[in-house]
Design a protein around this ligand. Sequence first.
Ligand SMILES: [Ca+2]
Ligand SMILES: [Ca+2]
Length: 140
Amino acid sequence: MKKTIIMMIVTVMATLTAVADTTYESLSFSRKDGTVVSYGVDGLKITFSNSNAVIRNNETTGTLALNTLDYMYFSDAATSSVTGDVNADGEISVADVNAIIDIILGAEADDDTRERADVNGDDEITVADVNAVIDLILAQ
Ligand SMILES: [Ca+2]
Ligand SMILES: [Ca+2]
């Protein structure tokens, strides 16, 4: 019995240590329709008003209707299921055009970001992806 309790304490402490050592970079929101949007944790603030969550960080501001949200989670990389949303802020905008251009010009980007930057899905990040995002912006 004593051994079991000690093992449980060790397990809990190991888990807490693991959590404390993990640096999460994004808070992701999964919507009921299956779409996901992420916000970087730098300067992250969430306020609630009029049945919306208003998410602000050092880069952007987003509004999510609470009744469309399924769950949220911290993750070590930003994710977005919106095609063309390269910077994973939930919107398709000129910031995503800039993100692709930065990658074309040699800026470092993680695999997830590179995957999002390949908007036309031909496994290359080129000016064709810039055009694809511009088309998406103009189609909004
Ligand atoms: Ca975006
Ligand atoms: Ca491409």
